[in-house]
Design a protein around this ligand. Structure first.
Ligand code: UD1
Length: 419
């Protein structure tokens, strides 16, 4: 087991390059199930969620090659095991994305139910109801989804809630369905758009990208292609908050600033000077303490739930009081008691964190609980006086490539040590 040891207090200064997006890489890797040929993906991040996806695809009969330049060549064109086993699905909920493509291509699939996770119950009813509308028969037994269809047919899908992976699953299923599928109230996250771009390059016919209504005309087959994954806007946002919380000045390169408008807007409200270029953002906090900002999470293009925890860390040492309202996941506040152990004044009232900013945090021994909560503890540790240790670093490795190396490049005093 590894832990991170952070000696806080250094202002972060310098440049870093954002990795490819985790939440775009995973669905695009799963989309290789639909293709009759291999897919070559560039700008993929090295993360445990990506390795889990590749293991799952391999378990189903796919092959892959990790090329020297970091790209992945994946051939899932001929699966011989249409089962996504619990042992892998339990470690990564996005494994539910095997369902749509496997059912569309092979007319059956047996996928473990993902179950709840640290941030809430997270059901998959939207995925299943939509596939049933497309003609699938779904049974739940022994913790597995058994899905079959003589033929998937285009349908009118109207999601009651905006769901990123449900939208992605149905888009993938609809690409090989017979007829036209219309998805209303679709998720508009940039990672959904990235999946659409890749599928269209593979020969799919999807229109309506960047809007809440998608139209997918089923085609007979999809081919292989080469695709460059979009940058990770959540990783980029996390580093920008790290600079803001430490009074630093950093430039984050290889990003699409347009996809980060809500987060950049909030960073400007904290008092940071922000310069946006085509593929980079420079944030300068000029040694100042940030101003507290109110946050309400919501579906894209509004403020992302995946940046909520990082802003809780920032508000905990900011000037003034603030409220952070979480509207996507019911239980995404595991970082709150941990940051309070560092001397913060955070109160949890239902789905709201009420925060009175304190002048400084004190280093402490902390326990990471999920990916973004862990990131917020790192940020709190970077800003705190003294030493902070964070256990269960494997949560961070799911979503942040070379996290301590990148922070070290920005001048942080951070080490990974075995314990
Ligand atoms: C994706 C992202 C995750 C992000 C989340 C919200 C990936 C791999 N993960 O997760 O990082 O935090 O979007 O932006 O892309 N819901 C239902 N029934 C369903 C599906 C969802 O009730 O069938 C609810 C969820 O419990 C949640 C809300 O819908 O309250 C949104 O969740 P959803 O967008 O589905 O999250 P994920 O796609 O799992």
């Amino acid at each position: 087991m590894y832990k991170l040891v952070i000696r806080g207090g250094n202002s972060l200064i310098g440049n870093i390059r954002t990795s490819g997006s985790k939440n775009a890489t995973l669905p695009i890797l799963f989309s290789s199930i639909l293709a009759d040929e291999p897919l070559k993906l560039t700008n993929t991040p090295q993360l445990t969620d990506v390795s889990t996806t590749l293991r799952l695809l391999m378990d189903m009969g796919a092959n892959f090659i990790l090329e020297e330049d970091g790209s992945i060549l994946v051939d899932a064109s001929n699966l011989n095991n249409l089962v996504a086993d619990y042992s892998l699905v339990k470690t990564m909920r996005a494994s539910i994305l095997t369902l749509g493509p496997t059912l569309a291509k092979y007319k059956k699939a047996k996928i473990s139910l993902p179950g709840g996770c640290a941030i809430g119950t997270r059901p998959v009813d939207l995925h299943l109801n939509a596939l049933e509308k497309m003609g699938a028969k779904i049974k739940l037994n022994n913790g597995y989804i058994y899905a079959s269809a003589k033929e998937l047919k285009g349908a009118q899908i109207n999601f009651d809630l905006v769901s990123v992976t449900a939208t992605e699953n149905i888009i993938m299923a609809a690409t090989l369905a017979n007829g036209i599928t219309t998805i209303s109230n679709a998720a508009q996250e940039p990672e959904v758009t990235d999946l659409i771009h890749c599928l269209n390059k593979m020969g799919a016919k999807i229109t309506g990208e960047n809007s809440s209504t998608l139209i997918i005309e089923g085609v007979g087959r999809l081919s292989g292609t080469e695709y460059n994954i979009c940058p990770d806007r959540i990783e980029a946002g996390t580093y920008l908050v790290a600079a803001a919380i430490t009074g630093g000045c950093i430039t984050v390169n290889n990003i699409e600033p347009d996809s980060m408008r809500s987060v950049i807007g909030k960073l400007i409200e904290t008092g940071a000077d922000i310069q946006t270029n085509k593929n980079s953002v420079k944030l300068d906090m000029k040694g100042r303490r940030p101003q507290a900002v109110d946050i309400r999470t919501s579906a894209y293009p509004n403020f992302p739930t995946d940046m909520q925890a990082q802003f809780v860390a920032l508000n905990s040492i900011a000037k003034g009081s603030s409220t952070i309202i979480e509207t996507i996941f019911e239980n995404r506040f595991m970082h709150v008691p941990e940051i309070n152990r560092m001397g913060a004044n955070l109160k949890l009232e239902g789905n709201t964190v009420v925060c009175k900013g304190v002048k400084s945090l004190k280093g402490a021994n902390l326990m990471a609980t999920d990916l973004r909560a862990s990131a917020s503890l790192v940020l709190a540790g970077l800003a705190a006086e003294g030493s902070t240790t964070i256990e269960r670093v494997y949560h961070l490795d799911r979503g942040y490539e070379m996290i301590e190396e990148k922070f070290k490049m920005l001048g942080a005093d951070i080490d990974r040590v075995q314990h």
